[in-house]
Design a protein around this ligand. Structure first.
Ligand SMILES: Cc1ncc(C[n+]2csc(CCOP(=O)(O)OP(=O)(O)O)c2C)c(N)n1
Ligand SMILES: [Mg+2]
Length: 672
């Protein structure tokens, strides 16, 4: 232990944050600041003990962690000033500090959300046999979030090399721990998960260093297992901002004064000879002034930066590769083959989710994979959609290609925070440093009377979010090609599949191949009307095409395949020929995919009186259970043909085709 290093680090943090507080009123700092003043010893103790290659994840209160791990004052100040030279190119600000090269893996403004990512990163390290240790910092408030407990459970279950560092400053904003937690003993709760706990009192960086040093040594050389350290500490400034807040009355100045007696800046400084101490201080002061000047002189990002790094862009536009001989497979078998080939080609592909390794193997789509690729790469998870999504993100940041499977898309609602706040944003808010190559596979659709909470399709929710891709293949060929493309994609992809498609049989190339993002397919050509069918509605549109042939109407049927990025060009080309369009969504029309396509077409053909556009989709009620109601709720080939007839013949006709008995779906009868 070299005290000079401790002192340099802690003095640098204290003085840097005092400068932040001093500069804040000048409006040079462009984001909210949650100062760590009073808590610095914890970041210093942990980061001094970790090896350079080890990594840390933090919270929005991570100035101290950033500086203790990286020492990067220039990137820090420039980021707070919103400048392009900041550690995240000015796109993160104080609450999103990251420097991946130096092991600072990122912070989040949403409480507790980096915890599962750190766990996922640790999983990747263990799986690959890398000797890196992961430390994740969290506040006492975050231990009340469900994702905290889900993450602890998984870390304990898999005996991961992770250290949870809880900075217990007693408060979540202005509310004391005792007013928020019935059992105000965080460590006791952690022990109930089977994780060893330690405590550090009085901001003692050196005691913390010893603990982390020995724990990380044994994780590297003996067995890996998580450790939880509860560090009692005190935040001296207000929750957010540069001031003190004793006037609010939620805590007393006396309490903080007591904490100031154990200030580690003073304790560490007292261990050094005066000449050494003042030499360090002089050097740090100079460093800080250089960094502030650097931040002041740096340019703000220009407009192009607004659009950079939303997605990881592929280096070159690829074509559909490796098309080979085909044979008939079911949709499910095509998916199974896609998994098998993707896992065979790339050992960074991991597949997990509830029940993926059970005898039913997600309707057969994951069968054989656990036996072939082992339980590290294919595993069933605890019931923890939220944390396991964060785990997938952490794995992806660590270089794996996780596929997280959900037997029903309805369950994605429990994972929305990680998907929307984290997966979709990580690349952008960290200035392009990270990418999140993950796939979330989810099954939608009617049958077996699954009703309001087991049939829903939410693709439009995800289409709304920059940073995500969305795909909904409608045949076995695309099921395989899209799944492989999604796995290879360096962005988070939401993969949507309708259960009525599962038993469909069609030609599928033998070799691995990709159906590329952003390319729709004209499935059937026609001249009178364009039908765009999403997911299973593609099948209904193809049937409608047959009905319409019987009344001499020629429909062009388009399968968008990828909903984000959406290939509007193919749709617009078709409509410029047919002048009529029906978009049939397998979802609600309000703010839905059909509305998005319709508005694009309306804008494009503005002023053209002969263009007719209609949306079809779920009725504006929850999904019903009984078939007698289902039949009215979902569009079908006959209702599509009927509306097409009206639009094409330009008459108010009630024409409805006779039922063609060949047009039957194989109903899903459950259970899984
Ligand atoms: C999920 C979520 N809920 C609420 C908030 C608002 N919020 C911001 S900080 C905070 C308190 C968190 O307390 P703690 O985890 O103890 O961290 P500390 O601020 O003390 O460092 C809250 C509730 C948030 N950012 N995220
Ligand atoms: Mg707190």
């Amino acid at each position: 232990m070299i005290i000079e290093n401790f002192y340099r680090s802690i003095y640098r943090i204290r003085r840097a944050e005092e400068e932040v507080a001093r500069l804040y009123p000048s409006d040079k700092i462009k984001s909210p600041v949650h100062l760590s003043i009073g808590q610095e010893a914890i970041s210093v103790g942990v980061c001094e003990a970790l090896a350079t290659q080890d990594v840390v994840f933090g919270t929005y209160r991570s100035h101290a962690l950033y500086l203790a791990k990286t020492g990067d004052l220039k990137g820090f100040f420039a980021e707070l000033f919103g400048k392009s030279t900041g550690c995240c190119q000015g796109k993160g600000g104080s609450m999103h500090l990251a420097n991946l090269e130096m092991g600072m893996m990122g912070t989040s403004a949403v409480v507790a959300t980096t915890i599962p990512q750190a766990v996922g990163y640790a999983y990747a390290m263990k799986m690959r046999g890398e000797k890196k240790i992961v430390a994740v910092f969290l506040g006492d408030g975050s231990t009340e979030e469900g994702v905290f407990h889900e993450s602890l459970n998984f870390a304990a279950l898999k005996a991961l090399p992770i250290i949870f560092v809880c900075e217990n400053n007693g408060y979540a904003i202005h509310t004391h721990q005792s007013q928020r937690q019935h059992l105000a003993d965080i460590s006791a709760i952690v022990r109930a998960h089977g994780i060893e706990t330690k405590r550090i009192d009085n901001n003692d960086s050196r005691a913390l260093y010893q603990l982390v040093k020995s724990a990380s040594h044994s994780m590297r050389t003996e067995e890996t297992k998580p450790l939880f350290i509860e560090c009692f500490t005190s935040r001296w400034k207000e929750h957010v901002g540069p001031q003190e807040d004793f006037y609010l009355g939620y805590r007393s100045e006396h309490d903080v004064e007591e904490w100031k007696k154990s200030d580690d800046v003073i304790k560490l400084g007292a261990c050094l000879a005066e000449v050494v101490k003042s030499q360090i201080e002089r050097e740090v002061e100079a460093e800080i002034q250089v960094a502030i000047k650097f931040a002041e002189d740096s340019p703000f990002p220009t407009k192009d930066a607004l659009f950079n790094d939303v997605y990881f862009e592929a280096a070159a536009i690829k074509s559909e590769v490796n098309q080979s001989e085909s044979r008939n497979l079911t949709f499910i078998d095509a998916l199974q083959e896609a998994f098998d080939q993707a896992m065979d080609l790339d050992d960074s592909v991991v597949v997990f989710g509830l029940d993926v390794d059970d005898p039913k193997a997600i309707l057969g789509s994951t069968r054989g994979l656990p036996q072939k690729y082992g339980d590290k790469r294919v595993f069933g998870t605890p019931l923890a959609e939220d944390a396991m999504t964060g785990v997938a993100i952490g794995m992806a940041i660590a270089g794996l290609r996780p596929v997280h499977i959900h037997i029903r898309m309805d369950f994605l609602m429990l994972a929305m925070n990680q998907l929307i706040n984290i997966a979709a944003k990580t690349r952008y808010m960290f200035g392009g440093q990270a990418s999140v190559p993950m796939v979330v596979r989810s099954i939608i659709g009617r049958s077996w009377g699954q009703g309001a909470q087991h049939s829903q399709a939410f693709h439009s929710y995800f289409m709304h979010v920059p940073g995500l891709k969305v795909v909904a293949p409608s045949n076995p060929h695309d099921a395989k090609g899209c799944l492989i493309a999604a796995i290879k994609d360096n962005n988070p992809v939401i993969f949507v599949e309708h259960r009525l498609l599962h038993s469909q049989i069609g030609p599928v190339p033998v070799n691995a191949f990709e159906v590329l993002p952003g390319k729709a397919r004209v499935a059937l050509t026609g001249k009178d009307i364009t039908l765009v069918g999403i997911s299973h509605m593609q099948v209904e549109c193809m049937r409608a095409h047959r009905y319409l042939q019987g009344v001499q109407i020629s429909a062009e049927v388009i399968d968008p395949i990828w909903l984000s990025p959406l290939d509007m060009e193919t749709i617009l080309n078709s409509v410029s020929k047919t002048r009529r369009l029906i978009i049939v969504d397998n979802g609600w029309t309000t703010c839905g995919a059909a509305s998005e396509i319709a508005s694009n077409v309306a804008q494009h053909f503005e002023g053209c009186a002969d263009i007719k556009i209609r949306r079809m989709g779920f009725e504006p009620v929850p999904c019903p259970t009984t078939p007698s109601l289902e039949n009215h709720f979902y569009p079908n080939s006959r209702s599509i043909a009927s509306l097409s007839y009206k639009l094409t013949k330009d008459i108010n006709s009630d024409w409805l085709p006779e039922i063609n008995p060949d047009f039957q779906d194989v109903e899903f009868k459950g259970p899984f």
